[in-house]
Design a protein around this ligand. Sequence first.
Ligand SMILES: Cc1cc2nc3c(=O)[nH]c(=O)nc-3n(C[C@H](O)[C@H](O)[C@H](O)COP(=O)(O)OP(=O)(O)OC[C@H]3O[C@@H](n4cnc5c(N)ncnc54)[C@H](O)[C@@H]3O)c2cc1C
Length: 460
Amino acid sequence: MTTTTAASSIRALEQLLGRERVLSGGDVRYLRDATEGRGLSGHADAVVVPESVDEVARTLAWCYEHDVPLVPRGGGTGFAGGAVPIGGGIVLALERLRRVRAFDPLLWRMHVEAGVTTVEVRRLARENGLLFPPDPGAAEQSQIGGNIATNAGGPHAFKYGVTGAWVTGLEAVVPPGEVISVGGPIRKDVAGYDLRSLLIGSEGTLGIVTAAWLRLLPAPEAFLPVAAVYPDADAGCAAIERVLGSGLLPAALEYLDARTIAASGAAFPAPLPADAGFLVVSEADGSAEAAEALRAELVEALGEGASAVVVPEGSREIAALWRWRDGVSIAVTAQQGGKVSEDIVVPVERLHEAVEETLAIGRRHALDACSWGHAGDGNLHSTFMLAHEDSDALARSAAAAEELFALAVRLEGSISGEHGVGWVKRGQLRHQWSPRALALHAGIKRAWDPKGLLNPGKKV
Ligand SMILES: Cc1cc2nc3c(=O)[nH]c(=O)nc-3n(C[C@H](O)[C@H](O)[C@H](O)COP(=O)(O)OP(=O)(O)OC[C@H]3O[C@@H](n4cnc5c(N)ncnc54)[C@H](O)[C@@H]3O)c2cc1C
């Protein structure tokens, strides 16, 4: 409960920042994220859309002075409900902070504001012969600030790591409304405790990221994917372990189980065998020569036990394969109109067990279940499909998700590999960490945000 009313908040913020920076709290575009399909929605007193770092700082200072919660928001594509203002307060949307402050292609780096979208960063890099490797789906909408706040992954995180690996410096607004900078256009920095890493993945609970220095790579000359179809998860998981055991390092190593293939296979850019029970998508990259050699080795390693191997040729076929892969999540949602999708991660040799257990959990709760994800990282998108107005199925899927988190912990994994804890996994960390580790975690939150006003109820 805030100490101000919505109307007085709007008036005060308009006076502070100007009318064009403040929108009504009833604007539903700012009250949901990609958890909408599981029925999650929030409410807000007002939405602030700042155009400068100073305006971000003044907004947080005002919230701190008046004890009003503040929820930072990027593109609203998160799968953990992190940007949903569950407890009300102010939504602070970063979409107008979209300047590229510096781009030094010859030095492989870029300095961008938080609201620049993932696709813009990747495009600018590519047009200059460079690569920004993190590639979470929904790249047209997701913002660099949101990717940093969730430490987002994506298919190519297998070889290149998650977003944090590519951030060398951060500018952030922290309570009670001050701007800090940690790191910068430097490639190494071991001075002080690693505040940069604390902010990365903090899901808007420690500070508001306003800009980042990003590290880039010279772009590989060629990207050559291979897809292999198996009769079942047994054969498919064996193939994944064979790739790893052979010492091959593909850029991506993805999988889909049988139910996910059934939901999304119609749009697969090549004919699939009728008995497709498991699909692995991998990609070789590097110089044209190295990528071709690696692709040949992948075809051999993945070919054993496969009922079909698909080798897309040419940039159109390759782009079509990844476009299809980007659409898998949406195709699964389309099955019933909604889904509860978690992103547990397990040691890669337990992937097979986790795939089978996801289905078993679904059966126990009478839910249509499936999984797909980043096989090389042991990261599953374990999913229960439902119609989001079906409150009974929603309750069963919440119980099923609890079992999934317990499964992750039992398999020596983690409750989240890339989407974060947000609102939907609140409290789950207690199953994974000791009381002392949890106390340290809570202490960090208190040190940064003593009033607990930054994205309350999330992450901690
Ligand atoms: C179709 C689809 C596919 C996806 N695929 C992947 C994938 O492969 N890998 C993956 O990791 N994720 C994936 N996601 C999830 C999502 O795209 C990522 O988590 C993304 O990084 C979220 O960015 P966003 O800008 O949309 O953040 P939002 O959803 O707006 O916010 C996410 C969290 O970050 C906080 N936040 C946002 N901006 C800031 C800021 N500037 N400062 C401080 N905190 C901030 C919010 O408070 C919230 O807690 C997918 C989502 C969809 C819909």
